[in-house]
Design a protein around this ligand. Structure first.
Ligand SMILES: CC(=O)SCCNC(=O)CCNC(=O)[C@H](O)C(C)(C)COP(=O)(O)OP(=O)(O)OC[C@H]1O[C@@H](n2cnc3c(N)ncnc32)[C@H](O)[C@@H]1OP(=O)(O)O
Ligand SMILES: O=C(O)CCC(=O)C(=O)O
Length: 383
């Protein structure tokens, strides 16, 4: 992909909206520093109108003078905008629902009222010298004609970017591609996609949006965010690198540590099979896979673990074959006698079934030593 793509991180805003998640001031500062060090170009750091504590945190992040754009989420109201200005922010995401259901039920506003609000509030923010992104909340359920008019109105009033949000996560990659291609083509300013993961599609939808023309995408570390979360920074950045050869400026090898840091601060467990950063995603147990991998790692790996600062792990367990077992034994200087291979595989399988787990290297050595002792006993005629 030749276009430059910007992955804008909203861990500190949408990520912290995940139920029960609270970052301390110190954690916010550390996360912001790590995001910047990892090459994230823009961080949405909070919601100024939440009050003094949030404003203090936003000001503290600003004071770090990180080499990134800092933005904050604001409802499209003077009160929210003033709170952002009080923080000293120079960029804001001014958000207004785009769908009828949200406009009417939440705000009691019709479409023309929404357009008037956008015109008035964007002009006000832009006149104050702010970089203005307009967030179209629930855009994926909005009327397309209205979305076109939102884009036109916001751009005319001085917005520099439009953010299309799939707020309740109802798009799929096909509908995302089609919608973004349609809107980005008529958008005279930058275009951002903000996906949610309610159907497990946020990452895929984000890639589809980028391929359809979005130059910006919202992401969060680990996909932390409202309900099922957002598109995960680590998944989108790595998928773009591996599938499209695209460079987002993100330091891929920094992502696992960043994920640990955010998981700790969020007090969330990272699932072992979470792509890129989960404990087991570069671990291989299955016999045929390990036999293939030992010949050429491309047989069973989408990416080289080293790309993201990780290591491949061969695990011995219920599904191991003789090649894997011989390989692990060789690491402790033991040669698996070909005559004992089938018996060793059977013992490993029995042991793994018994303990319902994988087998550690010391356990494997113990099994092998017993087998050798038994075999030697048989050779000597001792039963
Ligand atoms: C999809 C998203 O994630 S968008 C991001 C949402 N972020 C947040 O909500 C941040 C955390 N929220 C809060 O701290 C609080 O809800 C606050 C400070 C924003 C508002 O607090 P309160 O004044 O107590 O309002 P409350 O939460 O009860 O209701 C939300 C109000 O915002 C209004 N509102 C919601 N979205 C918008 C919008 N985009 N533009 C203008 N007004 C809006 C609602 O109509 C409602 O107003 P009402 O009280 O007149 O009915
Ligand atoms: O307002 C926006 O830009 C996006 C807000 C959001 O987090 C969402 O709609 O999911």
């Amino acid at each position: 992909m030749s276009r430059e793509i910007f992955l804008n991180d909203t861990t500190l805003r949408d990520g912290e909206q995940a139920a029960g998640v609270v970052f301390t001031l110190a954690e916010k500062l550390e996360i912001a520093e790590s995001l910047a060090a990892a090459g994230v170009p823009e961080i949405e750091i909070g919601t100024p109108v939440m009050g003094a504590q949030e404003i203090e945190a936003i000001q503290a992040v600003i004071a770090l003078r990180l080499p990134v754009r800092l933005t904050a989420w604001c409802r499209m109201t003077p009160k929210d905008l003033d709170a952002a200005i009080e923080c000293g922010l120079t960029a804001v995401n001014l958000s207004l629902p785009a769908s009828d259901i949200q406009l009417l039920a939440k705000l009691g506003l019709d479409k023309s009222g929404a357009l008037e609000t956008i015109e008035r509030m964007v002009a006000r923010a832009a006149a104050g010298g702010l970089f203005v992104a307009v967030g179209c909340e629930d855009a994926s359920r909005a009327d397309r004609h209205h979305l076109g008019r939102v884009i036109e109105t916001a751009a005319r009033a001085g917005a520099s970017r439009i953010r299309l949000a799939d707020t309740v996560g109802v798009l799929d990659p096909f509908s995302t591609f089609e919608l973004v291609a349609h809107l980005a083509a008529q958008c005279p300013v930058e275009f951002e996609f903000h996906g949610h993961n309610d159907l497990g599609l946020a990452g895929a939808n984000t890639l589809a949006a980028i391929r359809a023309g979005a130059r910006h995408a919202s992401v969060t570390v680990l996909g932390l965010g409202e309900r099922a979360g957002n598109a995960a920074l680590e998944e989108v950045a790595v998928a773009m690198a591996v599938l499209d050869g695209a460079h987002t400026g993100i330091e891929l090898a920094a992502l696992p540590d960043l994920a640990c840091q955010v998981a700790r601060a969020a007090r969330r467990q990272t699932p072992a099979m979470k792509p890129i950063v989960g404990a087991d995603v570069f671990s291989h147990e299955t016999g045929t896979h390990v036999a293939g991998l030992l010949k050429d790692s491309l047989t069973y790996e989408a990416l080289d673990p080293a790309l993201v600062g990780r290591c491949r792990r061969i695990v011995i367990g219920k599904h191991s074959g003789a090649t894997a077992i011989a390989h692990v034994l060789s690491e402790s200087g033991r040669d698996l006698d070909p005559d004992l291979a089938a018996a060793m595989v059977a013992r490993v399988r029995r042991k793994a079934t018994e303990i319902k787990s994988s087998i550690t290297a010391p356990q494997l050595i113990e099994l092998y030593d017993w087998l050798c002792t038994e075999a030697a006993g048989r050779d000597l005629g001792i039963e």
